[in-house]
Design a protein around this ligand. Sequence first.
Ligand code: AHG
Ligand code: MN
Ligand code: MN
Length: 355
Amino acid sequence: RGESSTAMVSLPSLFTIERHILAQQGQHPGATGRLTNLLYDIALAAKLIARETTRAGIANILGATSAENVHGEMQQKLDVYADQVIFRMNDHTGRVCVMASEEHDDLLPIPAHHQPGYYVLIYDPLDGSSNIDVNASIGTIFAIHRKITPGDGRGTMEDVLQPGSKLVAAAYVIYGSSTMLVYSTGEGVHGFTLDPSVGEFLLSHPNIQVPSPGQYYSVNHGRHKYWSPGIRHFVAWLQALEDNDRSPLENRYIGSMIADFHRNLLRGGIFLYPADERRPDGKLRLTYEAQPLAFIAAQAGAYASDGIGDILDLQPRDLHQRVPVFMGNRELVEQAEWFLQRYDRDWLAEYAKRR
Ligand code: AHG
Ligand code: MN
Ligand code: MN
């Protein structure tokens, strides 16, 4: 008797992403709320993209458009949709001074009839797009910089091409068995799971730290024949081929960087897309793939390198520039650097010149 009023009921997490962002902002008395609102807008864009992703199979949105993007890849319809949703969500808010996307050669200026803002937004609207038609996980990546050129006007290429160490915030969304948004404003990494029944991102993974030792390594093994000696030796080391005292790491690779990165962030491990004979600078792009993930990795106690040093220290030269990527548990990434130093000196010297 009377128990029902005091009995514990099981409530879902009531920490919405809005509440979390506001709480973090509250720790900074000088904050204006502009970044908070920009992050809201990103979360809303993510919900719209998530809705289309889950409907893709039934909504006749599957399949390639006839257009090719700047890298000569077939653009998928969802790429186009995601690209436009993100742009339109942010082109009129007065919070962004310029945008850039994987899907466009040039900068995306704020339309003339809208007021430009203080932040720079760079994004990969759909990452892992080759997975769309086979119903495997895909993602979206966001990088946010401050405007550094003087004045209140529109942003320029100089505002977009900043080192990752200057990022104000980075986020990714993974459209998997559930949709998650993971973000950092430089105060830890926090993950939210979308509850589609109420349309809210709810805090599910506070303060993500990469566990050690790492469990997985993720690399496209099909490119083995193009690998340098350093990469071959490093991958053999991960497999503990010549070391009976060590167990090998398990291999997982889906070809969707966000999905591979996210798994390895939660389980520990290393993701690599190295340079090889056919791809002298690797495949992944610095500004909207490597930098934001390197920022999040660092905040989670992990490390991201181009094979020589910290990706966050690289000054981009070009919006669509590629970069070799090694990210995950620091000890694994440093091991990769060590193998490159030992076996790939000539390649490193060449690469260092254009780095
Ligand atoms: P995107 O779909 O944005 O072009 O990116 C695809 C990238 C990345 O997500 C993934 O890690 C990599 O391409 C996979 O490349 P491979 O198929 O060569 O392994
Ligand atoms: Mn991508
Ligand atoms: Mn993409």
